[in-house]
Design a binder for this molecule. Structure first.
Ligand code: GAP
Length: 455
């Protein structure tokens, strides 16, 4: 399988402060704080017009490379609420907890697993040096909700704490309805909810977020080989969408970091101002999930090999990443303030991969007061709009219009000028190198499609 390689070349730029991205996101309509007029809710965000386009492109590219181009992978879309027993079986009711300690002096609260070892040993607050509580307090992260309206008959359940549980719950239905045979995978993109005690760093740690999961079901004897395949595949996938390849790595979990379901785990990590942080987890879940759901539901989820008739519980390779974390990492990776050689304002540019950029092309008439230029530019824009996200802009001078598009990562700008009226050609300006080519209007759709869609 070939993946589209990112051809962008940017010089190595300093790590971007999160505040720059927060400000750009609000100013240009990528992300807004949720319920802002009421003061907002910590760890919950809404996505604006450009944010939705970027998210859709990120999701589509993931789906294309995970489901559409793999014969042995299919997709589902599960509900956010499931039977509460599912969360007992999954181990989340018992084990999905954060341990927290408070400082007796400054009252700040810390996650035990985020404290430096020496502070933990000496019970010393990393903030003020005061004494930390000796015994951590334990908080479950599942968000509770209730089904039904009659008091006493209401059933307590949970918003899904990890999206992937639907895949195990639907595994048997998929097997029977899609005629898949092991080895095969099920993918899903969907929301997950966690009562994170310390949400923060913008989209990095939220209470409502979106995950993409592959659960790949294998014979135990083939686990090693498939685990290696997907680990490499996912690493390469992330590499293909970023500029700073040296800021990506894969790291094995130590035994003390493993989640309750994982026998082995690797994190694809990306380096930002937050340090090296998890982007996606690759987990060796073995037979944990199907065994537990068999046990708790009383339904036999074992598999019978159609040729050998061997009967076994399939083992699972999981690749689980975050749409929101991808969104944030891509913006941190793409953002650059390029110094202007003329000494004016720096050029803010998002070097987003053209496949993912929210707007693919912007069309300008050179001058606003020439009717023929406007009519031609609007007609080009209308034609392109059927194929890709296109914007028409005639406000301000051309330089300002380029700047506005650079800031949101639009890879191509098309200008209609007086020559266009003579020979039906336009200039196409490329975002990163700022080079311009002149091409016939008739060739424009194919010229752009080749550069902004994946094959
Ligand atoms: N099913 C396995 C699982 O949920 P995880 O490591 O807890 O594993 C997978 O989550 C991915 O989901 C993470 O790598 C991250 O990208 C994203 N993620 C997890 N918690 C998040 C949060 N609170 N806010 C945003 N993204 C989160």
């Amino acid at each position: 399988m070939t993946q589209t390689e990112n051809k962008l070349l940017v010089s190595d730029t300093p790590l971007v402060p999160i505040e720059k991205i927060v400000s750009l996101c609000k100013r240009r309509g990528f992300v807004y704080p949720n319920s802002e007029i009421y003061g907002g809710v910590a760890g919950i965000y809404d996505f604006g017009p450009l944010g939705v386009e970027l998210r859709n492109n990120i999701r589509r590219y993931w789906w294309w490379s995970m489901v559409q181009t793999h014969d042995n992978v299919v997709g589902i879309e599960g509900a956010n609420i499931t039977h509460p027993r599912a969360w007992e079986a999954s181990g989340h009711v018992e084990n999905f907890v954060d341990r927290l300690v408070d400082c007796k002096k400054c009252k700040q609260r810390f996650r035990v697993d985020h404290l430096p070892a020496e502070n933990l040993e000496q019970h010393k607050c990393p903030n003020c040096g005061g004494e930390l509580m000796a015994e951590p307090r334990v908080f479950n992260l599942l968000m509770e909700t209730y089904l039904g309206v009659v008091e006493g008959d209401r059933m307590k359940t949970y918003l899904r704490g990890e999206a992937c549980q639907n895949i195990y719950l639907d595994y048997d239905n998929v097997l029977k309805s899609s005629r898949m045979q092991i080895p095969f995978g099920i993918c899903q993109i969907g929301k997950a909810y966690r009562n994170e005690v310390t949400p923060g760093n913008f989209l990095f740690r939220q209470r409502e977020f979106e995950q993409w999961d592959l659960q790949f079901f294998v014979h135990p004897s083939e686990m090693e080989q498939w685990f290696e395949y997907w680990k490499q595949y996912r690493f390469d996938w992330y590499k293909s969408i970023i500029n700073h390849k040296d800021r990506l790595r894969i790291r094995a979990h130590g035994p003390d970091e493993l989640a309750h379901y994982a026998k082995q785990a690797f994190d694809v990590e990306y380096h930002t101002v937050l340090g090296w942080q998890e982007w996606e987890g690759i987990h060796w879940r073995q037979d944990w999930d199907l065994s537990r759901h068999s046990q708790f539901s009383g339904q036999d989820l074992s598999y019978t090999d159609p040729i050998t008739k061997e009967h076994y519980i399939p083992w699972i390779v999981e690749t689980s990443g975050g749409v929101d974390r991808t969104f944030l990492n891509l913006l941190l990776d793409a953002y650059e303030e390029e110094p202007d050689p003329a000494g004016k304002e720096p050029r803010t540019v998002l070097h987003l991969h053209p496949l993912l950029a929210p707007v693919k092309v912007a069309v300008f008439p050179l001058q606003k007061n020439k009717e023929e230029l406007i009519t031609t530019a609007k007609s080009i824009h209308k034609n392109l709009q059927r194929l890709m996200v296109s914007q028409y802009d005639d406000i301000g001078n051309i330089g300002r219009r380029y700047r506005r598009q650079d800031e949101i990562g639009t890879p191509y700008c098309v200008t209609v000028d007086f020559q266009t009226l003579d020979d039906q050609t336009v200039t196409v300006r490329e975002r990163d190198q700022m080079t311009q080519v002149r091409i016939p209007i008739s060739e424009l759709p194919m010229y752009l499609l080749e550069r902004v869609t994946w094959r």
